[in-house]
Write a protein that binds this ligand. Structure first.
Ligand code: SF4
Length: 276
């Protein structure tokens, strides 16, 4: 009898528990680093998908990205950055006007509140300049640990691990952690991956989550990590249905990388994934 193309979650978990049952901490670290190297080859284009030119702009874009796609944020930020040039501009913003500008990103009242308070705090405590330590950043309104790590890694070149929804899902699927708390995940993954790689590694994981290892239906049969992933089988393992799930401008290359026919990738898939 042939194996079903998609295994039930219980079957995947039972099989992975067996296969990785004896994995030692050093074995897990070796596997993690190998998977990280494969991810680097799989997603050479990985980068911060938010458009920005200054640390303040990145802080603003990251705050706006909560519950919103990067694509939508990138449509709105040119208007925001033109209207508000400095922390003082955000501090003195007219609430109604800013709410109208931010409306397309969702939760626009809370986001307006965060940006005005951020501007005020920067003016009061940091002479209008964004600080570049984790402790100072997380003490600012609207900036949590995830946002602070995005800013550190991408605007200040300080290695940071960004645990967003994709990161959390993937490292659990990889069996690197069995944990939902983002801060605990950050510390556990920091033990596995070299510090100098943290920022780019985070981008690669997020790219893989948006393009291959989707929340609902991962493209297991078209995944470069398949042989090292205990969750292989959560999504379709056969070539055609798996290739159909690949997303993004490099979807065809992703298929070729794992030996699949790129023509299996539908034309509609070759667009930047519009996933929060
Ligand atoms: S094998 Fe499947 S579950 Fe594992 S990383 Fe790849 S797509 Fe995700």
């Amino acid at each position: 009898m042939s194996r079903p193309a998609t295994l039930p979650v219980s079957a995947v978990l039972a099989r992975s528990a067996k296969r990785f049952a004896g994995e030692t901490p050093i074995g897990r670290k070796r596997r993690a680093r190998k998977m990280a190297r494969v991810l680097a080859e799989t997603h050479p284009d990985a980068h911060c998908e938010l458009d920005f030119e200054t640390p303040l702009q990145l802080a603003v874009a990251t705050i706006l990205s909560a519950q919103c796609t990067d694509k939508k944020v990138n449509e709105v930020t040119p208007i925001v950055f033109k209207r508000y040039l400095s922390a003082a501009d955000y501090a003195a913003a007219d609430r109604m006007e800013m709410e109208a500008i931010l409306r397309p990103t969702g939760f626009f009242r809370a986001k307006t509140d965060s940006l005005i308070k951020l501007g005020q705090a920067l003016e009061e405590r940091h002479e209008g300049v964004l600080p570049h330590t984790l402790d100072e950043l997380v003490a600012l309104p609207g900036i949590g640990r995830k946002t602070a790590n995005v800013i550190l890694g991408n605007a200040f070149d300080v290695p940071g691990i960004t645990v967003d929804t994709h990161f959390r899902r993937l490292v659990n699927r990889f069996g690197w952690v069995h944990e939902e708390d983002p801060v605990k995940i950050e510390f556990l993954v920091a033990e596995l991956i070299e510090k100098r790689d943290w920022t780019m590694f985070s981008h690669r994981i997020i790219f893989h989550g948006r393009r291959v290892c989707h929340a609902k239906k991962p493209a297991c049969g078209a995944c470069s990590l398949a042989t090292m992933c205990p969750s292989y089988g959560l999504g379709p393992t056969e070539a055609a249905p798996a290739a159909k799930l690949l997303k993004g401008p490099r979807a065809r290359e992703l298929a070729i990388q794992v030996g699949l026919d790129p023509d299996l990738v539908p034309a509609a898939a070759i667009a930047t994934p519009d996933v929060p």
